[in-house]
Design a protein around this ligand. Structure first.
Ligand code: UT7
Length: 313
């Protein structure tokens, strides 16, 4: 049995905000943001947008591309740090209603930027256990709602977006699908990146940066060892899009060429758990990502959490 990717979808709020737009409101410059992060723009939600709506749009996009009806979906997992409600109903339940996926079990997952890969592993396990055919795994984030717009070292980093994949449990497919996973956390680092009740996102940038480079390097190395892969066997490294410098430093430590690492934070900023699925959508649209290609993904985030997986698209 294989759990394969059938399609990926994305959704963005209408408002695109460039670094120059930000520099009119905040003491920053396009030069500083680009040179420290690789970010050039981000999309920001309007007052009336909701996170579950954005998630539902990304799920609809994936279903449409796959030609699968929402009523066939057995599971919806929404990874998010910005639920519409406080605790319940989950965003996944609101998305179920919006897309009319009445046969799906639904829950939200809280693992910050690592949440999408955590969600893939949860979905794969549940699909195998229940013999479910379809699952939607979505990363949906309205980070602008928890951004501290008075803190220039964090507010320039984040953007709003949703990305979703439709997974299929398919016993015929042997050469494609999800491979090895690594999931983990370092709770001792919870103080470095948090959002207190009623507060805003707070981060120790240096501590998170150091953690990120170390853990991304380790995840990629360990996954490749697990799957017996060399750099040559991997088509792409599709990692959490937090900061260009983190990915470049990780590639350097691994001794890998940078050209297999995908970067799209220039257009979207850091969209937390939405960043990996929206990167997959863009790669497919560019004709870059093709069936059967080998991808290594790695992510890190608040918690501190980390996750990674190998898959054949
Ligand atoms: O998914 C969660 C992921 N989180 C992350 O990936 C964050 C990881 N950390 C980082 O990426 C980096 O630490 C940052 C991009 C957040 C900051 O870069 P940095 O090179 O660590 O800068 P810094 O905090 O050491 O600040 C350097 C200077 C300071 O000025 P002084 O004290 O040297 O005069 C800051 O005040 O840059 C200043 N600065 C800014 N200047 C213009 C900080 N933010 C800005 C800004 N515009 N937006």
């Amino acid at each position: 049995m294989s759990i394969i990717f059938r399609a990926a979808g994305k959704a963005l709020p209408a408002q695109r905000c460039t670094n120059d737009d930000l520099s009119k409101k905040i003491d920053t410059t396009d030069e500083w943001i680009r040179s420290h992060t690789g970010i050039g723009a981000r999309y920001l939600a309007e007052e009336t947008d909701t996170c579950s709506d954005l998630g539902a749009q990304a799920c609809r996009d994936a279903l449409k591309k796959a030609g699968v009806s929402a009523s066939e979906v057995n599971l919806i997992i929404c990874s998010t740090a910005t639920t519409d409600y406080n605790g319940f109903p989950s965003n996944a339940c609101l998305m179920q209603e919006a897309i009319e996926a009445e046969n799906a079990a639904c829950f939200d997952l809280s693992a910050a930027c690592s949440g999408f890969v955590y969600g893939l592993d949860c979905a794969a396990g549940l699909m195998a256990r229940h013999n479910w055919k379809y699952a939607l795994v979505c990363g949906a984030e309205l980070l602008s709602r928890i951004t501290d717009w008075t803190d220039r070292s964090t507010c320039v980093l984040f953007g709003d977006a949703a990305g979703a994949v439709l997974l299929e449990n398919n016993s015929e497919e042997k050469a494609r699908g999800l491979g090895s996973f690594i999931l983990g956390a370092q709770g001792t680092g919870s103080k470095y990146l948090y959002n207190k009740y009623g507060g805003k996102l707070t981060m120790d940038g240096h501590a998170v940066y150091d953690f990120a480079v170390g853990i991304m390097t380790k995840i990629i190395k360990d996954l490749m060892e697990k799957e017996n892969l060399t750099e040559h066997d991997v088509d792409f490294f599709v990692c959490h899009q937090a900061n260009e410098r983190i990915l470049k430093a990780s590639a350097k430590r691994l001794g890998f060429k940078i050209d297999k690492f995908i970067f799209n934070m220039e257009e979207y900023g850091n969209t937390s758990s939405a960043s990996i699925p929206i990167t997959l959508v863009d790669m497919e649209e560019r004709g870059q990502l093709k069936k059967g290609m080998t991808v290594v993904s790695a992510a890190f985030g608040g918690g501190l959490t980390y996750s990674g997986c190998v898959f054949r698209w």
